[in-house]
Design a protein around this ligand. Structure first.
Ligand code: AHM
Ligand code: MG
Length: 412
């Protein structure tokens, strides 16, 4: 029999390995003889590993932080602030519930059909509305209905509402179809689902709201809603993003509450939010650059040219709540300026710029039209628009200086 060199080599390796294993196993016996504790144990020093049972993946069980719930926070605040805050406590608690419902709808937007007109099981159009989700409706209509129901039906605090989704303001009697809902001392403004175009691409969207006092003893008219933002008693937003967070102010500081996905409750994760006094982020839709006014163009150019003290970063989600939350946490400036075709810009004063302005100011930042404080603008109609710049004080101040300088130059 003729053996090749390779075969000889393999034979040699196998023999050596066997001899080694025999040697090692003898060694094991001698070790066991010398260490009585090991006598009846299986000791393996050299062998191929036994097949292991499949690894059980432990379910990630994070330890919960010890955080206050939104309900508890509101309870304590209302105790600290007195009767007016007790009214707000009920309303803000209801907003928390509405945000939870809208959050679920946003999460189901890709898998459930919320589009098109309401239809019944037979596919025929329905004229009624059903906010429970059994009936297919447009997503913004469903979210609007949720907010209406929470504001008007949850308590007797709110007397009337104005929404981005409604042509005019509505009394709570009208919303609920019942004259029993006429008694509230407050009115609410809201945008149920801002940036809803983002939903198709699974990007962030948000809900924005503001609350005003209604003159006592009168039933609210359109005039009741045309109060300056500085008169607001509470404002907030809910961001539906990587986490769902509710940020609110009752006129002394800003607090944030993250929705705990396991417990389904908002927890006080962001006590006393303060915006950095300056920041690197600028958040503008620069696609409209050539349509912006000269001061805004010059400001943006100066940022990019690095003439500002810090290096800048552009971020634009296209949903005010998402963009502004980023600025609130990290610092910088959000801007939706007027354009040559729309000199007042796109954002609505009552239920977008004012509530966001109040939040930003309460967190230590600034809210400007470029030519003055947003919260000082006298509204003339419910859906009025206003150029909007919100963010860190130093950034907004710098933008305002460009407006001042260029308007002075125009007047020379
Ligand atoms: P909407 O209320 O119709 O959703 O529009 C408001 C949104 C804001 O959230 C966002 O900042 C802005 O529109 C984005 O507009 P644009 O696409 O023109 O940049
Ligand atoms: Mg909007």
């Amino acid at each position: 029999m003729h053996l090749s060199t390779a075969s000889v080599l393999i034979l040699l390796i196998r023999t050596t390995a066997y001899a080694f294993s025999v040697g090692v196993n003898r060694n094991v016996q001698s070790i066991q003889e010398r260490i009585p504790k090991l006598k009846n144990r299986r000791v393996v020093l050299y062998s191929t590993p036994d097949p292991q049972p499949p690894v059980k993946l432990a379910r990630a069980k994070p330890r919960k932080k010890n955080l206050k719930t939104l309900a508890r926070y509101l309870e304590v605040e209302s105790w600290k602030r007195g009767p007016e805050a007790s009214d707000l406590e009920v309303v803000l608690r209801g907003i928390g519930e509405a945000c939870k419902q809208i959050n679920l709808i946003v999460q189901r937007a890709q898998t459930d059909d919320f589009y098109g007109d309401a239809v019944g099981d037979d596919g025929m159009p329905l004229d009624g509305t059903n906010i429970q989700g059994e009936v297919q409706q447009k997503l913004d209509v469903v979210c609007n209905a949720i907010m209406l129901k929470q504001f008007c039906g949850n308590s007797n605090v709110i007397a009337a509402v104005a929404s981005e989704e409604e042509d005019t303001h509505r009394t709570c009697c009208d919303v609920m179809g019942d004259s029993a809902f006429a008694a509230g001392d407050y009115v609410a403004v809201f945008d149920p689902i801002d940036g809803s175009k983002n939903i198709d691409a699974s990007l962030p969207v948000g809900t924005i709201f503001g609350i005003y006092k209604s003159p006592p003893g009168t039933s609210p008219t359109e005039q009741t809603f045309l109060q300056k933002g500085s008169e607001m008693v509470a404002a907030g937003y809910c961001l539906y993003s990587a986490t769902t967070i509710l940020v609110l102010t009752m006129g002394s500081g800003v607090d944030g509450f993250t929705l705990d996905p396991d417990k389904g409750i908002f927890l006080h994760t962001h006590p006393d939010i303060r915006i950095p006094s300056s920041g690197a982020i600028y958040s503008f839709n620069e696609a409209y650059f050539h349509d912006f006014s000269t001061p805004v163009q010059q400001y943006l150019n100066s940022l990019k040219a690095g003439s500002s003290s810090k290096r800048v970063n552009a971020r634009y989600i296209g949903a005010l709540v998402g963009d502004l939350h980023n600025i609130l946490i990290n610092g910088g400036i959000y801007g939706y300026p007027g354009t040559r075709t729309n000199p007042s810009g796109k954002l609505r004063l009552l239920y977008e710029s004012n509530p966001m302005g109040m939040i930003i100011e309460q967190a230590g930042g600034a809210a400007s039209t470029g030519c003055g404080r947003i919260l000082d603008v006298q509204p003339t109609e419910i859906h009025m628009r206003v150029p909007t710049f919100l963010g860190s004080t130093e950034n907004v101040f710098e933008l305002d200086q460009f407006h001042k300088y260029y308007s002075e130059e125009d007047n020379v």
